[in-house]
Design a protein around this ligand. Structure first.
Ligand SMILES: [Zn+2]
Length: 265
């Protein structure tokens, strides 16, 4: 079976910008996986860390169930997603076990470092899939696999310096939007926190507005998720766009983005 994994920084990041694409892949027969690198330990003013981590673990598991995704436990606590060897070895072991064809992860530019560090860790973990001399924890043999990475849009659709990030491609998430909302709604502990810390009236409404905004950018879909595809160099022999192959008409390449990349040598 073809396998895709979404790797987000915190519980609910996948539901905000990647879950629709996971669901669309599941509709066409893919096996989907779900991993939050951090456990959400800092996302509350009310609850002590230990209690909050337990709550958010349950919420994330429930969300993964709604998505029909295989759930993987988090690796570190919030603000401790660092580009360092211990987490890299554990992440690489998970990828060697899951053997994904598609890896969905955070944007290389984003509003906070847990997100950008998640991106860097995932890129290197995927890069090491076939490297027999890179030791993973637990030890897993290197695999002969081709993988394609896609980066989600940053929070607020802008980088940390407020610049708009333009998607290179769009996935129509309209057919699965209700399920995506239901998965996000499982993160009940986040309503008050996001309200207080980021002025979100309702995190469900915010996701809805974000996916409509990306849908408008696509000029085709009502709800959409946007992606930027990583260079294939070091990840697959030839350039590939497996989301395009899997999703057909439900996927739209942004021709302006492609043109702006410049011509291939
Ligand atoms: Zn986050």
């Amino acid at each position: 079976m073809k396998v895709a994994i979404a790797i987000g920084a915190h519980p609910d990041d996948i539901e905000f910008g990647m879950a629709g694409t996971l669901l669309m892949l599941r509709r066409v027969g893919w096996e989907i996986h779900y991993l939050n690198v951090a456990n959400g330990s800092c996302g509350s003013r009310q609850h002590r860390a230990a209690k909050l981590v337990a709550m958010r673990r349950q919420e994330a598991r429930a969300a993964a169930r709604v998505l029909g995704a295989h759930w993987h436990p988090s690796l570190v606590t919030d603000l401790e997603i660092l580009y360092e060897l211990k987490t890299l070895r554990r992440l690489a072991a998970i990828l060697r076990e899951v053997k994904p064809i598609i890896v969905l992860t955070q944007s290389p530019e984003d509003y906070m470092e847990d997100h950008t560090n998640t991106c860097r860790l995932v890129v290197t973990a995927a890069f090491s899939l076939g490297m027999a001399n890179f030791r993973t924890v637990p030890a897993r043999p290197a695999i002969d696999a081709e993988v394609t990475l896609y980066h989600a849009l940053p929070h607020g659709l802008r980088d940390g310096l407020r610049r708009r990030i333009v998607p290179g491609a769009f996935v129509n998430t309209t057919p699965v939007h209700a399920t995506k909302l239901a998965a996000l709604a499982e993160h009940k502990s986040q309503q008050d926190w996001l309200d207080a810390s980021q002025g979100m009236n309702s995190y469900l409404q915010t996701m809805d507005e974000m996916s409509r905004a990306v849908g408008r950018l696509s000029r085709r879909f009502t709800h959409a998720e946007g992606w930027r595809r990583h260079s294939h160099l070091g990840f697959s022999v030839n350039e590939a766009d497996p989301l395009a192959v899997a999703l057909g008409k439900e996927y739209r390449v942004n021709r302006h983005y492609e043109a702006a990349l410049g011509r291939c040598l």
